[in-house]
Write a protein that binds this ligand. Structure first.
Ligand SMILES: Nc1ncnc2c1ncn2[C@@H]1O[C@H](COP(=O)(O)OP(=O)(O)OP(=O)(O)O)[C@@H](O)[C@H]1O
Ligand SMILES: [Mg+2]
Length: 245
């Protein structure tokens, strides 16, 4: 599904991504983790087609990315909701842009709001919602378009610990109900281990390690020792090579 080959991106003289290569299978999930400034968002922008590579290539379904793909959805860290539109209008926007007929639009938006448990907020505006509710609206808007690739930049970073776990559970549930490839950027080791089938550890524009997570998909994983073992492994990989070790 995704084939990143020798990808390099510079901002002026700074190399934000330095010769990165990896592949992600169709309908799997991948978490990208690494310290602030290591290039995670830059990588996501390249996958979304918002940034062009300076060298190397990004292929989605064997096609080089040329601008924004119809079947790719991107959820940014600040949710990207339109403050002057209601929840319903925010979610239906993408369908309207695609000229879908009203009856079908109503059916899709109604179903997705109910699946995400936000039907009761449909007439509210984003400023009237909590962070967790806003994030669910942003996910509803992305899923309404039935993407085959969902890209998320730190989906839960603005949320408290309990809401964070609820949102992560919801993302896993949605992934199981709707086949799609998910790539998410996170600062949180726990989030990477709960939601990443593959975990890409980045540092200073490069990939440090890629781990396969055999326990991905278990809704109860946080209650098991396996979860903490993988968390520890990710932590050790992130810290390896540090001077204070
Ligand atoms: N538009 C830009 N112009 C110049 N430099 C940029 C720009 N965007 C990012 N950078 C630089 O590129 C590097 C990678 O940035 P990026 O936003 O991809 O990091 P990140 O891993 O997402 O960080 P964070 O975890 O803080 O969100 C950083 O050093 C950053 O300062
Ligand atoms: Mg970022």
């Amino acid at each position: 599904m995704i084939d990143v080959k020798n990808l390099t991106v510079c901002y002026g003289s700074e190399r934000a991504l330095d010769d990165i290569s990896f592949t992600i299978e169709k309908n799997t999930t991948c978490a990208i983790i690494g310290p602030s400034g290591c290039g995670k968002t830059t990588l996501l922008y390249c996958l979304a087609g918002l940034l062009a590579p300076m060298a190397g290539s990004v292929l989605v379904n064997e096609q080089p990315i040329q601008g924004i793909r119809k079947d790719t959805a991107l959820i940014l860290q600040d949710y990207g909701l339109f403050p002057w539109k209601t929840v319903w209008k925010n979610v239906s926007l993408g369908l309207q842009v695609r000229d879908m007929d009203k009856k079908q639009e109503k059916q899709i938006v109604g179903a997705i709001l109910s699946e995400l448990g936000i039907e009761q907020y449909k007439q509210k505006y984003p400023m009237e919602l909590s962070g967790g509710q806003k994030q669910r609206v942003a996910i509803a808007r992305a899923l309404a378009l039935k993407p085959d690739l969902l890209l998320m930049d730190e989906p839960s970073s603005a949320l408290d610990a309990i809401t964070k776990e609820h949102l992560q559970n919801l993302i896993l549930k949605l992934y199981k109900a709707h086949p799609m490839t998910i790539m998410l950027v996170t600062h949180s080791i726990e989030e990477a281990v709960f939601l990443g089938q593959k975990i890409v550890i980045m540092d200073q524009g490069k990939i440090k390690t890629i781990l396969d997570n055999p326990h991905f998909g278990d809704e109860n994983l946080r209650n098991k020792q396996d979860f903490y073992n993988v968390c520890l492994k990710v932590r050790q990989c992130m810290n390896s090579g540090d001077q204070d070790e």
